[in-house]
Design a protein. Structure first.
Length: 268
């Protein structure tokens, strides 16, 4: 069956001397991989038709079972050209495309995930150069987790989490705040401390339908004295994603370090 769809190029790997394996995100079929034979030959019809972060109009022959599909034609719809010169923004885009390729299932309807990634890549390419990229990544990750059905549950318990308690205990396996009045945590259970202000920042990112709506919260947090709430939230979400999505921590850590222009602040 031949299928025509918009598709975002997530990964391009060399395959043989002149060919590529391209991983795409599509709204109707989730993550798919196509082989592009002869992609690097001088007269290839595919030259310049796709690159990382492009949204393309893709035509491919669909295989029934998850595997490598054959590409028929491809042409760019949106090149997101500024990402070729904004290096920090390209680092952020590269991290998000890699994460998407790892966690989005193949051959499944993924229109909301496609829309989320399109929105963030557009923001990285065309938004203000002074956007806080770390805030944007955290906003994106919160919404990715929501769409995957894996949001951490940060609801507090009136008995265990009194307002004067600044540090909360979060249980990684149960994905929620530890609640001693309901159950003692298991010995050796993976858990971490979460600052109440980091929790509040996460909730405001989670509830913001677009980054525009979240950026005020991010700006406010940056002014909070003494502690770096963005870094605190990044550590929390990083550990949460490693635990629940089984993604490697190194890719995210390196991307984050390259984006962090204030490394001297103390994490919350
Ligand atoms: Zn409780």
């Amino acid at each position: 069956m031949i299928i025509q769809t918009p598709a975002i190029a997530l990964h391009i790997r060399p395959w043989s001397q002149t060919s590529h394996m391209v991983t795409w995100l599509t709204p109707g079929h989730g993550r798919i991989v196509t082989a592009v034979k002869g992609a690097c030959r001088p007269k290839s019809a595919f030259l310049g038709q796709y690159d990382l972060f492009y949204t393309c109009d893709l035509l491919f022959y669909r295989r029934e079972h998850d595997g490598v599909h054959a590409i028929r034609a491809c042409s760019p719809i949106d090149l997101r050209e500024p990402l070729r010169s904004r290096w920090r923004h390209a680092v952020a885009a590269g991290y998000l495309c890699d994460l998407t390729a790892r966690v989005v299932p193949g051959q499944q309807e993924s229109a909301a995930l496609f829309s989320l990634l399109s929105q963030t890549l557009d923001r990285l390419a065309h938004g203000s150069e002074t956007d806080d990229l770390r805030g944007l990544l955290l906003w994106h990750e919160a919404h990715l987790l929501r769409l995957l059905g894996l949001l951490p549950d940060l609801a507090t318990c009136p008995q265990c989490h009194l307002p004067e308690r600044i540090w909360l205990r979060f249980s990684l396996p149960s994905g929620r705040l530890s609640c001693p009045h309901l159950a003692k945590s298991q010995p050796g259970e993976a858990s971490l401390s979460l600052h109440r202000a980091v929790r509040d920042l996460f909730l405001s990112l989670r509830d913001a339908p677009c980054y525009e709506a979240a950026s005020t919260a991010v700006q406010l947090q940056k002014k909070a004295p003494g502690v770096n709430l963005l870094l605190g939230l990044s550590r929390f979400l990083g550990m949460f994603m490693v635990f629940h999505l089984e993604v490697p921590s190194a890719v995210r850590r390196v991307a984050w370090e390259m984006l962090d222009t204030t490394p001297t602040q103390k994490p919350a």
